[in-house]
Write a protein that binds this ligand. Structure first.
Ligand code: SAM
Length: 294
């Protein structure tokens, strides 16, 4: 597969029907990225269901809760951009929770995400507020970024879900889209946090309806840590309670040391690279906040 070509939702495993025998005969240790690129964010039905998780104030999955996003945006606006109206692009922007707030503070924002429900919600919210925000439903590996940004962000660890060559291609594209001195800001996983995902114990649960299906189902999950490549993979088998039909989703996360992050960003053409321990006042030991200057 070419690195910049993602199979369409129809080609991915999560739309294929399997049966219980497929679980019994599964590959014991799947190769990273072999059994699914990432969660099915771009599948229309999954996208609708995960939108509710993005907006939920009961947990910080999909997106953080309002209080944390407000604190992040406060740091972006006051500390990073020094309150100066700036041109900002949010990659993998989800439902636009950062771009809406930054626009309110006087910045000119754009967002790219391939989740149809997230982009629909982001556009609706912008229209309601009377904000002009350029949202594009597209894959960041293929979509044009535009130019002359002061800041490009990738928030909540999504950069690690791309293969390293894809990360490099995205970083290079961002470098070109930034004005001289502009900043690429990555909220990226720390090595140990990815290793912990991969070393997690298998688990299962049942639900009447949830993220993976609207109908009663079981979810059987396994985690894997490919030590040599430093990649964690999580694989889910979803079993429909009524029919016994099975579907599969899997996603892999690449771990990087600080030196490895530096190497990719330098290869992409960034010069000054700063690692922040926290996102302003918000501490999260799973992430680095990496500021790379074009
Ligand atoms: C963990 S969520 C974070 C959303 C947002 N950054 C936030 O913190 O609220 C990851 C997002 O990345 C998006 N995404 C993942 N891969 C993508 C790709 N290749 N192109 C565009 N969007 C992508 C998903 O649709 C999802 O909205």
């Amino acid at each position: 597969m070419l690195i910049c070509e993602k199979p369409s939702a129809q080609e991915l495993d999560y739309t294929k029907t399997m049966n219980l025998l497929d679980i019994i005969r599964r590959t014991e240790e799947p190769e990273p990225w072999e059994e699914g690129n990432k969660l099915a964010w771009d599948d229309p039905a999954f996208s609708e269901r995960i939108l509710a998780e993005h907006l939920s104030q009961e947990h910080d999955e999909g997106s953080r809760r309002t209080e944390l996003i407000d604190a992040h945006v406060d740091w972006l606006h006051n500390a990073l951009l020094k309150g100066k109206p700036s041109k900002v692009l949010d990659l993998c922007c989800g439902p636009g929770l950062y771009t809406q707030r930054l626009t309110k503070l006087g910045h000119t924002c754009a967002g790219i995400d391939f989740g149809p429900a997230s982009i629909r919600y982001a556009k609706e919210m912008a229209q309601k507020a009377g904000f002009k925000i350029a949202y594009t439903q597209g894959d960041v590996r293929k979509t044009d970024f535009g130019s002359e940004y002061d800041l490009i962000t990738v928030i909540f660890g999504e950069i690690n879900v791309f293969k390293q060559a894809e990360f490099l291609a995205i970083a290079k594209k961002a470098k070109t889209a930034l004005r001289k001195g502009g900043i690429l800001l990555l909220e990226a996983h720390r090595f140990e946090a990815v290793e912990e995902i991969g070393m997690g114990a298998p688990f299962w649960y049942s639900e009447e309806s949830g993220l993976f299906s609207e109908t009663p189902h079981f979810c059987l999950a396994e985690n894997f840590w490919a030590e040599e490549d430093a990649v964690a993979t999580v694989r889910y088998y979803i079993v429909d309670a009524a029919t016994g039909e099975v579907s599969r989703q899997a996603w892999s996360t690449q771990a990087y040391t600080e030196d490895e992050y530096q190497a990719v960003l330098r290869e992409a053409g960034f010069k000054e690279i700063v690692f922040h321990e926290s996102f302003g006042d918000v501490e999260d030991e799973s992430f680095w906040l990496i500021e790379a200057h074009a």
